[in-house]
Design a protein around this ligand. Structure first.
Ligand code: GP9
Length: 436
């Protein structure tokens, strides 16, 4: 019916925009290690205090790799699980529930399934309970051949929600090593980190990290936690290297969503005066309250594709969303998902990042659907739509249509029916061919 027509439109559009570019196939056959980096936010990468940068190791990787510094996760209420879902499928999360929980019985096309067909071994690893976010069911559905969770790890050191990142990474490297030896094929392994999680109160385990004028605030605790997670990530990369696992591999890092940090705490950073080393008082006439546009941008998370030889090094400024990651990396890996909602970032001139609530960001604007406010993305100034040269109504409408199509695919299991429809079409053609 109508749904299939809309899906057919998407498939046709995706097929016709499949273009070779300088990145096509460059990762074919390489091992891909994906770090799902809990609550990693971009702004912290730019901060440094008495003890130096908050995330020196992540910063190093961002300089040596392909660094998307305007990357936005597009999660809804399913937070971590939504980001995983969108990364895996290039579909948007739904608004009235959580795909991982409510739609785990539907059929999806995923990066794992595409790589499985290319004889990859695909797996995911996490130090938390396997049924958290219904992962044990959903990871299998999404095509991971193996999901290693809490029961397979020795819980020898705990931070926040459970097994510490450092121990998790160390044990994971040994598991990866064993699997590489056994399977003798390219591997895609996703490692879901855990330590950098709210409420960021495990200060003793994080270790010393001076946050200067922020000391004592929640954001300070977040930065200490992130600094800990950064040191753990460094352990992971160094151990992988020691085991010789980085020679024909890339590490892809994405921040899954923003952390719970109060607006007031962001304002501390915004209203900090370097010369006097003080934060402006709240009643000071120069005190600046941050608005929605600022908050949307300060909640950006990193996206990095890194290889040991540094050959990918480049900064990509174009706005990119989680939904665009699969189209972009699948072109690099030489696979293709016809049901993707996102775009290969290297094949678009200007990208628009849509959020599940209908808000969007592009190179000029941030539009908030809940308030219908439009902001200048660079100055965070509120704009008057009527005063603009261009009309953004068609952009808003197109986004609504795309989100509706994505939700329909999920709610009505359209990929399954579409695949059946395609199979029938092929059989029909064969019968006709047979008669001729
Ligand atoms: C739990 C971890 C955190 O296993 O992924 O989930 P979140 O609270 O970030 O959605």
């Amino acid at each position: 019916g109508d749904f299939n027509e809309a899906l057919k439109g998407l498939v046709d559009e995706n097929n016709s925009s499949r273009i070779e570019n300088e990145y096509t196939g460059i990762l074919e056959g390489k091992d891909i290690y994906v770090i799902h980096y809990e609550s990693a936010q971009n702004f912290a990468m730019d901060l440094s205090f008495g003890d130096g940068e908050v995330t020196p190791f992540l910063n190093k990787l961002s300089k040596e790799g392909l660094f998307f510094n305007n990357f936005y996760p597009q999660h809804s209420i399913g937070t971590s699980s939504d980001s995983e879902f969108t990364f895996n499928t290039s579909l948007y999360p739904i608004n009235n529930g959580t795909v991982f929980i409510d739609h785990s019985n539907k059929e999806y096309e995923s990066i794992q399934k595409l790589l499985n067909e290319k004889d990859y071994y695909t797996m995911s690893m996490h130090g938390n309970n396997g049924d958290f976010w219904n992962r044990d069911i959903m990871h299998e559905n999404l095509g991971y051949q193996e999901f290693v969770s809490k029961d397979s790890y020795e819980i020898d050191e705990e931070v926040g929600l459970g097994l510490s990142d450092e121990s998790f990474y160390k044990q994971s490297v040994q598991k990866i090593k064993k699997i590489k030896e056994e399977k003798k094929k390219p591997i895609m392994a996703k490692l879901i980190s855990l330590s950098n999680h709210y409420p960021f109160d495990d200060l003793k385990t994080y270790g010393e990290f001076d946050t200067g004028y922020l000391e004592g605030s929640d954001i300070s605790n977040y930065l200490k936690s992130f600094n800990y997670a950064d040191k753990s990530l460094q352990v992971f990369v160094e151990e992988m290297d020691k085991e010789g696992l980085l020679e024909n591999a890339v590490i892809l890092i994405y921040g899954d969503h923003h952390a719970k940090i109060s607006t007031e705490d962001y304002e501390k950073i915004y209203n900090y005066d370097k010369d006097t080393d003080t934060v402006l008082a709240k009643d000071d006439p120069n005190y600046i309250k941050v608005n929605n546009s600022y908050l949307k941008q300060v909640r950006k998370t990193p996206l990095i594709i890194w290889s040991k030889d540094g050959s990918l090094a480049k900064k990509v400024e174009e706005p990119i969303g989680m939904v665009d990651v699969l189209p972009t990396i699948s072109n690099m890996l030489g696979v293709f998902n016809p049901y993707q909602m996102g775009k290969d970032i290297f094949n678009v001139e200007e990208n628009t990042v849509a959020f599940p609530d209908g808000s969007f960001i592009d190179k000029d604007y941030y539009y908030s659907s809940s308030t219908s406010e439009l902001y200048d993305i660079k100055t965070n100034e509120l704009l008057v739509r009527e005063d603009l040269d261009e009309d953004i109504t068609p952009v808003i409408e197109r986004i609504e249509q795309r989100l509706e199509l994505s939700s329909n695919i999920i709610n009505n299991d359209l990929i399954k029916y579409y695949k059946e429809f395609l199979k029938n079409e092929t059989t029909k053609t064969k019968v006709i061919d047979g008669k001729e």
